[in-house]
Every structure is written in C-alpha cells, then in structure tokens.
Design a protein around this ligand. Structure first.
Ligand code: SF4
Ligand code: SF4
Length: 381
C-alpha cells in the first residue's frame, strides 16, 4: 500500500515535470526526476584513460570520501525529503570508485530503508562488488549497475587499469549473473562498459562473449576522452580502420549472443570532436541572474540548433564539493555552478535564479554559451 502511494507520488511528479517543460515554466512546482549524488573521488585502480587520475576531478576538488554524517546532514536540510520522495532515480556515484568509500554501505542502507521505491544506480569497477553487494542490489525493486571492465584478458586489464584484479572482477560478476539468472525480477539491470583504446580494441569481440556468459544486459562501448597526452596516444582516432573492423566483429558477436551493444559516445562523436567553450570564444559563460542575458548569446553556435534539452528541468547533478549542475557537459565547460548543497537548501538551488535563467535560455534561439556548443542541441546526443 505504502509502496503504491509512493509510486503514485513519483508518477505524478514526472507528469507535472513534463507539463512544466511543455509550458516552458522556469520556476517549477515539480522536483527533478533524477539526482546524481557522488560519494567520493578516491579509487582503487589507476586506469590509463581516467580523467580523474589526470586531476580533472580528484585533484581539483581534493581526493575525498563523502562521509555518512555529511550525507545525513545534507538530506535532512529543508526540501530534501520531499525531493527524495518525488524523484525516480538517484545515481549514487561520481568520479572514483563508490565502494572504496567506507561509508558507502551506510549511505546506501539509509536510502534503501527510507526510500525503498527509489531507483538506485551505481557505476563501479567491480573489484569490491562481492556477493553481499550483489544480494543488496538484488533486493531493490529498481536498480541499475554499470561495471567498467575494459578488457577481456588479465594482461590487458592489468596494463590498462593499473591493478591485477581481472579474475576477481569476473568472479564477482559471475556471482551477480548467477543470482540474476535464478531470479525472475528484471531489476537490477546490468551494463558492462568498455572504454575502447588501441590497447584493448582487438579484445572487444571476446569481451562480448564474456559479457554474454556473465548474463549482462548491455555492453556500452565508449570513446576515450582525449584529455591527456597518454589518452591521445591511446585514442582510436589513430587507427580508424582497425576500429571499424573490430566494431563490425563485435556487432556480429553481440547479434549471435543476443547481447545489446551500444556505441553511444561514438554516435555523438564524443566531447573530443566538439569545441570547448575556450575555443569558441571569450565570454562570461555562466548564466546566473546577472551575467547572462537570454536575448543575446555571445557564442554563435557552430551547429543548427535542432533539439530541445530538458536536463535543467529533470536533472540535479552534484559534484563532490557540493556544487550543482544540470549535466556533465555543463560541469566540464567552465565553472557554472547553479548552487551548493552544503550551503543552500534544496529549493534555494532548484528554484534559484541560476536554474531559472538556464531554463529560460537553454531552448531559446540564444542559449547559454555552454549549451550553444553542446552536441545535445544539435540532435547528436
Ligand atoms: S575505475 Fe574509474 S575512477 Fe577508478 S581509475 Fe578507473 S576510470 Fe578512474
Ligand atoms: S544543452 Fe547540453 S550543456 Fe546545456 S543543459 Fe542541455 S545537456 Fe547540458
């Protein structure tokens, strides 16, 4: 009964949110449908392609764990309880390995106990995802697990991910796969992600077989983010013919094994192929109440703006230092925070001037600079 009422609240929030998008409301009565709450930036691996390892997140904001006390004092601030009752999903991870945080377990239990209808998603490297974690995620009614493995053999794994943990991860995933096989439930869904590089591209078809053996729903192949010299050396942009050949072989394996395969970041050409805000020109990039006028964008969009983006209505994405953004791109281009959860209540941020100004501008003919160069607006994402 309680669960049905709570499902009803979430459904109504989603419907109201869609109406508010449709009528282009900027101050919302609805809550977001999705929150990302990072739990730390530390990690037990050292992947060669990791942007965090290059300092983009961890070093800039300090390698840290979110403590249970910090989490609790935040979600007890005004507005959070209503928000957690209303949203559909929470992503309980950010940069770094979430399970490396010793308080992750208590944070997870708090949410599972107080908001049992809430969809919880995790992105993990799987090293610490043992049987007990499989069972805990299996007990949720709605969960998504993404596991970043990136190799089909121990040797490649060790070289690429900086730690000899391949057998352990595969064993953990075998347990999860067996539990899912024995269960009739659709939750949790499981995705394996594979950041494809010149070092692991030849193993991709073999990886599809491994994923199928481990009862995975989807394999997502991702392009490397060329944010360092090493990442540029590893980029498949250096070997496009090999990439095409191996993608075709992987697709054939996926079809034969009935495993969903997605090349999503290649379909969007990834961030690598789009200009940064710095390349696009000098401007005051952050649309807060004073610095951005929705009537004149200082950045001419290089694309035809074909698609509307509703992330500023739906998403509330937190960085480990508490700063809030509507999406990853907004976070990575400049420092256009829309508020800070450690200093403001939920409503002060969600209904504050920066969020409202962004909603006013994002789908206008003159979007904020970050949005003007976003693949989403050109219909590629
Ligand atoms: S597992 Fe993820 S966070 Fe950890 S080093 Fe690798 S890419 Fe970075
Ligand atoms: S258009 Fe792009 S940068 Fe702007 S809010 Fe949407 S996803 Fe984020």
């Amino acid at each position: 009964m309680t669960r049905d009422i709570n499902r009803d609240v979430r459904t109504k929030n989603k419907t109201l949110n869609q109406w508010e998008q449709f009528f282009n409301k900027h101050s919302l009565a609805s809550y977001p449908t999705h929150i990302q709450f990072p739990t730390g930036t530390r990690c037990n691996l050292k992947c060669r392609f990791c942007t965090e390892r290059e300092g983009a997140a961890g070093e800039a904001y300090g390698y840290k764990d979110l403590s249970y006390e910090e989490f609790l004092s935040t979600v007890r601030l005004p507005g959070w309880n209503q928000a957690l009752h209303s949203i559909s999903t929470i992503a309980l991870y950010g940069w770094g390995e979430p399970l490396f945080n010793p308080d992750y377990s208590r944070i997870f239990d708090y949410l599972a106990e107080h908001y049992p209808w809430l969809g919880i998603s995790i992105s993990t490297n799987g090293v610490l995802f043992d049987k007990s974690w499989s069972e805990r995620f299996m007990s949720l009614t709605n969960a998504d697990i993404n596991v970043s493995i990136n190799a089909a053999t121990g040797g490649t794994y060790k070289w690429l991910m900086g730690n000899d943990q391949f057998d352990r991860v595969v064993n953990n995933m075998r347990i999860l796969g067996e539990l899912r096989r024995a269960s009739k439930e659709r939750s949790p869904t499981v995705t394996f992600s594979y950041v494809v590089t010149t070092a692991n591209i030849r193993e991709l078809p073999q990886f599809i077989d491994l994923a199928a053996d481990l009862n995975v729903d989807t394999v997502v192949v991702q392009d490397i983010m060329s944010l360092s010299e090493e990442a540029m050396r590893l980029s498949l942009a250096n070997q496009p013919y090999l990439a095409r050949q191996m993608f075709a072989a992987a697709s054939a394996r996926a079809k034969a094994r009935r495993t969903r395969l997605s090349f999503v970041s290649f379909e969007t050409h990834s961030e690598n192929y789009f200009p940064t805000t710095a390349e696009a020109g000098n401007f005051d990039a952050c649309p807060d109440s004073g610095s951005y006028a929705a009537t004149e964008s200082p950045v001419p969009s290089p694309y035809r703006l074909q698609t509307d983006c509703f992330d500023p209505w739906e998403r509330f994405m937190i960085r480990v230092d508490g700063e809030v953004f509507p999406c990853c791109r907004y976070q990575s281009h400049g420092d256009c925070s829309l508020g800070n959860i450690f200093r403001q209540s939920f409503q002060e941020i969600w209904d504050g001037a920066p969020y409202q100004t962004l909603r006013r501008g994002v789908n206008s003919p003159h979007p904020p600079p970050v949005c003007a160069i976003c693949p989403r607006k050109s219909g590629l994402d």
